[in-house]
Design a protein around this ligand. Structure first.
Ligand SMILES: C[S@@+](CC[C@H](N)C(=O)[O-])C[C@H]1O[C@@H](n2cnc3c(N)ncnc32)[C@H](O)[C@@H]1O
Ligand code: SF4
Length: 450
């Protein structure tokens, strides 16, 4: 276990972005709007692989720890109204793509897409297939709140062609569940996985979180053991991001019950060791996959990618996000949709792409983005490859890498590769932040890097 305190280092920071993109979303600006994004959509090529993300920003209960963009509702009307707007946004995008592109991956996320009634899940999937050109084999993944699920929803997920399901678990300890307002039994969770498998949706991921109130190494270990009984294909182990200045409901979390920095690190390392002992391959900073899983294969072959949804083998350069707050990525830049559902709805009703802000990616951004993505995916990068890819800019980045390695006190080492050694990998986000030139300019606050 590393005993390094990142704050004691001159160049590394205790808090850092999660780097699901570079530049990161807090640096997007209002200078990029619908017009710029229409131009970027216009440049999508005929057969270019596309990845789609559809956000459903509703939950029928609000977990106090949650940092996702979602809203609590017990009524279905807001969800039904939202679906109508979403279908219109799909039509707006379809009109601008004019049949170009080929959809390879679809992800329903949230919030809880499983808030949708079975018939509405089908309407949404049918609308996507009718409006956009789909490839033959589409990786279709859905985030599932197990407490939403019933036979009708399981059937609907199978009917729309779901190939992968991700279930939120967080922790099975009743004391932790009470403290985060998320009561969800092991039996319920296992029952949903069984229901998915019976319907042919065999690829299952479970999300766990460490650093939650009242969590201990032992209690998290129990949760991991229970998850292993379910034998998921993948597991995610996220560090609790406590950002009450950004998510007001997190003020319901008793800060006195939160584990400290050292305990967080201990929890993450202990849980990771248990998962690895069970035969899972660690993927990037917070995922695990069975040895034959496509994510593990992608990592072994150097094809692991990181996008707004996290780790993926999806190599699509163009990712189109639908729904409020969704982020899209084009070759030319990134764009985020309006976040407030009302504003998003008004823009779509007026026939405009509901873009709030974005960023045109420069040549330097792209080079730094490659370095940061490689660090997040494989904890290092090859110096000759960087120089070959980026030429003069590569030499500048190598000089920066040398400076970081010199100051890094064991967090990084440099030979033919710039690399974060195994013992320091909990600090990967902080090391990646060393290559982020936007951080110093911004005022965004980030969650704990470990
Ligand atoms: C959209 S939710 C998952 C789907 C569904 N709504 C559910 O909760 O089961 C995505 C995942 O993000 C993770 N997450 C949410 N808030 C978090 C936070 N503050 N810190 C770390 N992970 C968080 C949780 O593990 C959660 O399962
Ligand atoms: S964790 Fe999932 S169910 Fe809970 S509030 Fe967040 S998105 Fe909703």
């Amino acid at each position: 276990m590393s005993s390094l305190s990142v704050s004691s280092l001159p160049v590394f920071s205790d808090t850092a972005p999660r780097y699901t993109s570079y530049p990161t979303a807090p640096h997007f600006h209002a200078g990029i709007g619908a017009e710029a994004v229409e131009g970027w959509m216009g440049a999508v090529q005929a057969e270019e692989p596309l990845s789609l993300y559809i956000h459903v920003p509703f939950c029928d209960k609000l977990c106090w720890f949650c940092a996702c963009h979602t809203r609590h509702t017990l009524r279905y009307k807001p969800v039904a109204d939202y679906l109508e707007t979403l279908l219109k946004e799909i039509a707006l995008v379809s009109a601008r793509l004019e049949g170009r592109g080929k959809v390879r991956a679809v992800h329903f996320g949230g919030g809880s897409p499983t808030m949708l009634k079975p018939s509405d899940m089908k309407r949404l999937a049918d609308a996507l297939r009718a409006a956009l050109p789909f490839g033959e084999a589409v990786d279709f993944s859905v985030e599932i709140d197990p407490s939403d699920m019933d036979a009708g929803r399981l059937d609907a997920l199978a009917a729309i062609g779901t190939t992968r399901a991700s279930l939120g678990v967080q922790d099975f300890d009743p004391a932790v569940q009470k403290a985060i307002n998320r009561e969800q039994s092991f039996e319920l969770t296992r029952g949903v996985v069984v229901g998915l498998r019976e319907r042919g949706i065999a690829a299952v991921n479970l999300d766990l979180v460490y650093g939650l109130p009242h969590q201990t190494v032992a209690s998290l270990g129990e949760t991991v053991a229970r998850c292993l009984e379910i034998a998921p294909d993948r597991m995610a182990l996220f560090g609790y991001a406590h950002v009450p200045w950004f998510k007001k409901h997190q003020t319901m979390i008793d800060e006195a019950a939160l584990p400290g920095q050292a305990e967080r690190l201990e929890q993450s390392l202990a849980a990771a060791a248990l998962i690895a002992e069970a035969g899972y391959v660690p993927i990037g900073i917070d995922h695990f996959a069975g040895p034959g899983d496509s994510l593990a294969v992608a990592q072994a072959e150097g094809r692991l990618r990181r996008n707004f949804q996290g780790y993926t083998e999806d190599g699509c350069e163009t990712l189109i996000g639908f729904g409020p707050s969704s982020i899209s990525r084009y070759r030319e830049g990134h764009a985020q949709n309006l976040t407030a559902t009302g504003e998003y709805t008004r823009a779509v009703e007026h026939g405009a792409l509901p873009v709030a802000r974005g960023l045109a990616v420069s040549v330097e951004d792209r080079a730094r983005g490659w370095v940061i993505e490689r660090l997040m995916c494989e904890f290092g990068f090859s110096i000759p490859e960087l120089l070959m890819r980026e030429g003069g800019l590569g030499a500048t980045l190598v000089a920066e890498a040398q400076r970081l390695a010199g100051a890094g006190q064991g967090l990084v080492r440099m030979g033919d590769r710039f690399e974060i050694p195994a013992a320091a990998r909990a600090h990967t986000r902080s090391v990646a932040a060393g290559f982020d030139t936007y951080l110093a300019r911004g005022t965004a606050r980030h969650s704990a890097a470990v």
